[in-house]
Design a protein around this ligand. Structure first.
Ligand code: GRF
Length: 187
């Protein structure tokens, strides 16, 4: 199987990166992680790139040229899919227009509810019965692109932000790979 060369963007822990790397080692999984981009030099997730010998790029978003640097590396590594996984910066309109690759993101809520930051806190404050996570295409509006996959669970009265995060991430590790498979199923 010819695998789709994929770049994962991170800013922190990188547990979704780790999960995608592990899944992509399976022969039948449609993508290969060929590049990792981080806007934080100290992101823990970079350890997975190092561990699995995946090339990585640390960007400084204050540098005027950082988007071109990423695009040049996309060419260099023949990237066709971009997976945002805990990347805490907004992808600019300019980048979206120039990039022309599929870009997807995982968000820890049942979009269109609770776009943006502090989702678990807001989910609890708003006394939701259910929460979950969503994989969606990235467009010019924050957390608003076409939804590829979503999974939910019921909230217990004893849940707090920590437990919601843990439960949500367990579902994230399931649906991010599932969404990737779904994207390439018909291609
Ligand atoms: C995930 O929970 C994801 O929903 C959100 O950021 C978190 C990243 O976690 N966008 P990790 O860096 O993959 O561990």
């Amino acid at each position: 199987m010819v695998k789709v060369k994929t770049c994962v963007f991170i800013s922190g822990e990188g547990t979704n990166l780790k999960n995608l790397v592990k899944r992509s080692r399976n022969y039948n999984f449609p993508i290969k992680i060929s590049l990792v981009v981080s806007n934080k030099a100290k992101a823990r997730g970079l350890n997975y790139a190092k561990k699995y010998s995946i090339p990585f790029l640390i960007i400084n978003t204050k540098n005027r040229n950082f988007e071109n640097l990423i695009l040049n590396n996309f060419n260099r590594y023949q990237i066709e899919l971009v997976c945002l996984a805990g990347y805490m910066k907004i992808i600019s309109k300019n980048f979206l227009r120039k990039c022309k690759k599929k870009i997807i993101n995982i968000h820890p809520s049942l979009l269109p509810k609770f776009k943006g930051l502090n989702t678990f806190k807001r989910v609890l404050e708003n006394k939701q019965r259910k929460t979950g996570c969503t994989v969606h295409y990235v467009n010019e509006k924050l957390d608003s692109g076409y939804i590829i996959k979503q999974r939910s669970f019921f909230i217990n009265p004893s849940d707090n932000e920590t437990s919601l995060k843990r439960k949500t991430q367990i579902l994230e590790y399931k649906i991010y790979p599932e969404a990737v498979i779904e994207i390439f199923r018909n291609n």
